[in-house]
Structure formats: C-alpha cells, structure tokens
Design a protein around this ligand. Sequence first.
Ligand code: PLP
Ligand code: COI
Length: 361
Amino acid sequence: MAIELKPTSSPLSATERQALLVDPGFGRVFTDHMVTVRWVEGRGWHDGELVPYGPLQLDPATMALHYGQEIFEGLKAYRQPDSSVALFRPEENARRMNRSARRLAMPELPEELFLESVEALTRQDVDWVPAEAGRALYLRPFMIATEVGLGVRPAAAYLYLLIASPAGAYFPRGVKPVSVWLSTEYTRAAPGGTGEAKCAGNYAASLVAQHEAAAHGCDQVVWLDAVEHRWVEEMGGMNLCFVVGSGDSAKIVMPSLTGTLLPGITRDSLITLAGDLGYEVEERRISTDEWREGNASGEISEVFACGTAAVITPVGTVKSAAGEWTVGDGEPGPATIRLRQALLDIQHGVAPDKHGWMRTV
Ligand code: PLP
Ligand code: COI
C-alpha cells in the first residue's frame, strides 16, 4: 500500500523554523506534516496519507479514549556528515510496535508500511532535522482504536499516525547526572501484564510515582519488580545499565528482560557496542541490595539510563525509603562516556556502521 503525498508548503518561514531549532528541547515543537493510515476489520490498512500536521476530530465515544487501546514507538533520524539523513534501526521499532499491537489486541502494521511512513515524513520535513551533534528528529509512530462505542472489546477500526519533532536533550540539564527515586509503593508492571508493550496505559500508571520521585527531589523513578520489590527493572521512559568493576575489568550489567520491562533498542545496541569495545556483558537480575552494597564497596562504579529520547544519561544520586547514595563520584563515569560517544558516533555517521544499523532515507 502506498502512502499518498498531500503536502502543503510550510506555514513557517526558514527563519522561523531555524529559531525553533535553536533550542528544541524534547517534544515541544512539531514539524509541518504527519502520516495517517486507517484500518477497518475486513478491509485492512487503507487510505495512507501524508498530510499537513493538525488536530484530529474524534467522536467522544471513540474507544481509545475509554479503554486505552493505544500503542506507540519512538525513533530518531540523524543528520549525516554529507547532510543526508539516516534512521537508526527503524526495523526494530516496526517489529516492537507489532509485538505491542498483539498484546493490546490491535492489528499489526506491515513492516514495509511502517518504514514507508517514517521515510516519507522524514523526507518531506527534512529541513526540520537538526544538524548539531546530540540532536535529531524524533519520530513518534502511534496507533489508536477509532471505533465508536462503549462495549469493552477489541475495536474494529484503528488509525495509525506518525508525527515528528526536532529533539535536543530529554532532560533539561542535558547529560548532567540525574537523581532517581526507588519506588516501592507503586508497581509499573506485573508478570502477565503489559510491561514489555509500549502502550499508553503503562505511562499513565507511572505518573503518580514520577510525582512521588519529584516530591523527593528526584528527576526520575526507578521501577522494581512487582513481586518482591527488590529487583531493578527500568525507569519511566528508559532502561538502566550498571557498570560493575572499573578500568580494564569493568563489566556491563543490564537488568534481564523479564517480560515486565521494555526491550529497549538502545539497550540492545549497547549490548553489542559494549562487546565491540571489549567489555564483558551480562544480562541478569540486579537487586537494590546489590546496588546499594556494590556502590558502598566501589564495585558498582557507574549506572546510566539509556533510551531513544534519553540517549545515555548518567545516574548520579539514588534515593529510597531505605537511604540515599551517590553513584561513584556523582559524575559521568568513563564507561558511560565511552559507550555514549560510540553510539552517537554511529548515529551521526562519524564512525563506521559495521552492524548495518543506519537506514538512509
Ligand atoms: N523503557 C521504557 C519504559 C521506554 O519508554 C523506553 C523508550 O522507548 C525505553 C525503555 C528505551 O527504549 P528504546 O531504547 O527502544 O528507546
Ligand atoms: C523514547 O525514548 O522513545 C520514549 O518513548 C521515552 C519517552 C519519551 C516515553
């Protein structure tokens, strides 16, 4: 199915666009166009269009508004040294979106259609792709149930949309280490739930704990497992990575994918990159006791958050009901800096893409 292009010229002048690109922040500014594709039971995907960015008109009884059938993705397009633009591992986002779709009883979007949509929008709004290192065009594909009705069942009609937003640092303080709150009162995801799907409900349910983290002076919440409240899972919108040992013996430890956390594409890429850089990598469960005691003994030297929006952001301070500690010396550690640079160099096309992760649009 081809996406029909119905673009209009940008409502903004080049100067106005440049002004917005000076400090885009994260998710505040949107480009000129969006993609929409409809799905109806019995007919499948149809009416793919690239149209001017604008509001949606929805019936108040639209099912997504009542029972939360919404899934989304997040990926970035990076300006390359020759001023072309390339997407980072978009095929992985297409696959994860379909895993989320299956979990939420929504229709799968053919991978080629997903890729066609991200390429068409990136090409159309290419002037919005920032050129500075560490900046990129953030693409947000998502799908909502559009059938009108209040019966609780999988809807028979859906809308897939794609919007784009030029993005700088996700955290307002850039790559400065963030502080995290270990939440024991709330749970993000339980076995058999939707933790490994990227659905709106997971984020809605996390906001009260994010509030709690802020009340303790922290930037983010760290989620623990739902059963024992002692295994570290992930953060609100990013995975976590631990550096155990230091110097030549530093090992990268990623909390294992238990089914209750999101299998991050950045996480997966860093497992490969860490191996390339000579680190031993382990995927295993890591407890809050191990974190606290390992921090005190110096065994856990660095901890960082990783994700498309957050890139790699060091964790500097940890607070919990059981106490507070500083990770390492509270500054970004050497392994964190090395991995961050290695990832950004590939994404911005200044290091060889030996794993074939970049897809030129
Ligand atoms: N965990 C959660 C809850 C997220 O929302 C994200 C962001 O997408 C991640 C982890 C990191 O995933 P990725 O690296 O694919 O962006
Ligand atoms: C991403 O990194 O793409 C995310 O979805 C994280 C957050 C903005 C929800």
